[in-house]
Design a protein around this ligand. Structure first.
Ligand SMILES: C[S@@+](CC[C@H](N)C(=O)[O-])C[C@H]1O[C@@H](n2cnc3c(N)ncnc32)[C@H](O)[C@@H]1O
Length: 155
């Protein structure tokens, strides 16, 4: 299976980038991983920034066929690590299937945009910075593969 992660902005902090790359490399042992960083619009009022970011994302999504899209959304369904592992495991049984996780920009997405996507997951009701969220998501994907394969991993 392929896992796509689409997010906004470049990770410029060296230590965070090292951590991100570390998890990317670990996940590649289990799955193809395609990491896409879109240019984030920040110098506009909230509504205009959201419109631009959402348009850019939807253009990008046209290139992703045969994929289940999962939006990371604070208001989404709270998932445990085991539930996330189940989602990944269920998906990998379909030949050629892939999962696309979307992490919003710092301004988040509009409700109209979010309503287009039925699969929304939350890692709790706290607001995490989008750059930190990508590291947490990668760690949870790696943890999922450990769970799926019944491999030992620290608790
Ligand atoms: C800084 S947050 C955006 C905050 C914005 N006010 C909102 O409510 O969406 C940037 C992105 O990180 C992701 N994110 C942050 N915290 C999250 C959480 N607890 N659960 C799921 N996604 C989260 C979401 O994709 C969000 O769009």
């Amino acid at each position: 299976m392929n896992i796509n992660i689409i997010c906004f902005g470049k990770m410029d902090d060296k230590n965070s980038l090292a951590l991100l790359l570390n998890y990317q490399n670990k996940i590649k042992f289990y799955s193809k991983l395609n990491f896409v960083e879109l240019k984030e619009e920040i110098n506009l009022d909230l509504k205009s920034a959201q419109v631009k970011n959402e348009k850019l994302l939807e253009e990008k999504l046209n290139n992703f066929k045969n994929t289940t899209i999962i939006l990371a959304d604070i208001q989404g369904v709270d998932v445990t690590s085991e539930q996330l592992a189940k989602m990944i495991e269920t998906n990998k049984d379909f030949q050629g299937a892939n999962l696309t996780f979307i992490i919003g920009p710092s301004d988040g997405f509009s409700d109209e945009f979010k309503n287009k996507y039925p699969h929304k997951i939350s890692f709790g009701k706290i607001t995490l910075p989008h750059q930190l969220f990508r590291i947490i998501l990668l760690e949870q994907i790696f943890r999922s593969f450990k769970i799926i394969n019944h491999e030992k991993y620290h608790k």
